[in-house]
Write a protein that binds this ligand. Structure first.
Ligand code: ZN
Length: 479
């Protein structure tokens, strides 16, 4: 019998430095720095993704984050061109396809909007969707990328930073509006470069917690004729209700997928040994249901592989996507063998227990609903960045978990321990983590295997316990 496998197994960068093995403290998010560190991390990460069974990497920030220059072309120095060519070479020689993360009418246009009233509407980060000049500019960006770089496809992102609400634009509802911009951008690429893989991501399409109604779903069905993959990411819940999903997928002319149900949004500034949070059982349950409903594509968030829980998450989920009938615990065991070189079956099963129990420790205790009244300094900072459902705010469940404040204050603070854990929950999480320590200590005595990596697990768990202790001592969070 053939394996139940997802065809497009996409790893989502997100940004260039998000899988970097060292934090970046002195650059605003999202950093698009290219240096020796990230080049070396690229090589390791692409090799790893291939080994874990991914087919594509979807990446933002190769050329810019928020600011195409007025003439577009001067974004590239000779040095940057060589660096980006080198990174693309690393990706493609690892037998992965590169999906270029392309902001559609947003992400990249801040400077141009500031300087050019012909494309300016009401949003300082999004072009006006009713001006012919906006589409001309979008096409100029695509021509520039297509002429200069051998990308294999495009991730189209129109909604993440909101939209223009000028008199003309506002006549269109949100979903229709974003679909139109994505559709015309996709059609332009398809016409010029027919072979490119085209993916649309829904981040920001609706307020978090809302679901698409039938008219909105019909508009997506129409978009589906022009693209290959529709990713209903699920940053704080999917926009297609799970009960409607199988029927919707059946009607959709392209593939449907999500970002795997749960993930840690890769932190730019946070110490890489400061968390230990496997989510393999949780995500495989989501992915198995997704496959059952007809999904054959998905894009899973990457992170720094130097963190052992991130490494195991990405490894296991990549393997799982190749056959959703597998038992996730068996895949963890495979991971222990491949990543830790542990041969002894009894020791391997101790490792599996460790990852399994660490996952339970968090999910037994977290509150999926965001806790309120957290002082801003200790919160994740996303409340003001996104629109939240006015009617059903509590339906907005991660999806994406932020470890520290995304765009953030200095120093980094473990906001996931405040936004999703109150005093009692934190203490219980701490106790369950402490219960893991004897098991880790016994693994440290194992002969052979990758001792250094086991020490890193130990350090990550200890650091998390310390963070909880630190939060416990902050009076304003424990009243
Ligand atoms: Zn407008």
């Amino acid at each position: 019998m053939s394996k139940k496998s997802f065809q497009n197994r996409i790893a989502f960068g997100v940004w260039l430095n998000d899988f970097r093995s060292t934090p970046i403290l002195d650059d605003t998010w999202p950093s698009v720095l290219i240096d020796q560190q990230i080049i070396s991390d690229f090589q390791k990460t692409m090799d790893f993704l291939k080994k874990a069974g991914y087919t594509d990497i979807d990446l933002f920030g190769l050329l810019t984050n928020r600011d195409w220059p007025l003439d577009i072309e001067s974004v590239l120095t000779i040095e940057r061109k060589n660096q980006v060519d080198h990174l693309i070479h690393i990706i493609q020689s690892s037998d992965l396809q590169l999906i270029y993360g392309l902001g559609v009418y947003s992400w990249g246009f801040d400077t141009i909007i500031q300087n050019n009233p012909e494309v300016r509407g009401t949003n300082s980060s999004a072009l006006c969707g009713s001006q012919g000049k906006s589409q001309e500019l979008m096409e100029k960006v695509i021509d520039f990328i297509g002429r200069n770089f051998a990308v294999d496809g495009y991730h189209l992102e129109a909604a993440d930073q909101g939209r223009c609400r000028c008199e003309k634009c506002i006549q269109e509802g949100d979903v229709d509006y974003y679909n139109r911009l994505n559709r015309q951008t996709a059609a332009y690429i398809r016409n010029r470069w027919p072979g490119k893989k085209l993916l649309v991501n829904t981040s920001g399409y609706l307020p978090w917690g809302d679901w698409m109604n039938e008219a909105e779903r019909r508009s997506v069905l129409d978009l589906g004729k022009n693209i290959d993959i529709f990713i209903d990411g699920g940053n704080h819940g999917q926009f297609i209700h799970e009960n409607d999903r199988a029927v919707f997928i059946d009607r959709l002319p392209c593939d449907y997928g999500t970002s795997g149900g749960f993930w840690i949004y890769p932190p730019q500034r946070f110490d890489r040994n400061r968390w230990f949070l496997p989510y393999i059982l949780r995500s495989t349950t989501h992915l198995r249901n997704l496959y059952r409903d007809g999904s054959r594509s998905c894009e899973l968030y990457l992170g720094p592989l130097i963190n052992p829980s991130t490494e195991m998450n990405i490894f296991c989920l990549g393997r799982f996507l190749q056959d959703v009938d597998q038992n996730p615990l068996d895949i963890i065991e495979e991971g222990v063998e491949e990543l830790y070189h542990i041969k002894d079956p009894a020791q391997r099963s101790n490792f599996v227990e460790l990852f399994h129990n660490a996952e339970s420790a968090f999910f037994n205790n977290w509150s999926p609903h965001r806790l309120t009244n957290i002082p801003e300094f200790y919160s994740d900072g996303i409340d003001s960045l996104f629109q939240w459902s006015k009617l059903h705010r509590d339906r907005a469940i991660p999806g994406e978990l932020f470890l520290d404040s995304l765009t953030g204050q200095y120093p980094p603070f473990p906001v996931y321990l405040t936004v999703h854990l109150d005093k009692e929950r934190r203490e219980s999480y701490q106790r369950e983590l402490m219960d893991l320590l004897p098991l880790v200590k016994s693994l440290l005595k194992v002969n052979g295997g990758n001792h250094h990596k086991i020490e890193t697990i130990h350090l990550c768990i200890q650091n998390t316990i310390q963070d909880i202790e630190m939060v416990k001592n902050l009076q304003e969070l424990n009243q």
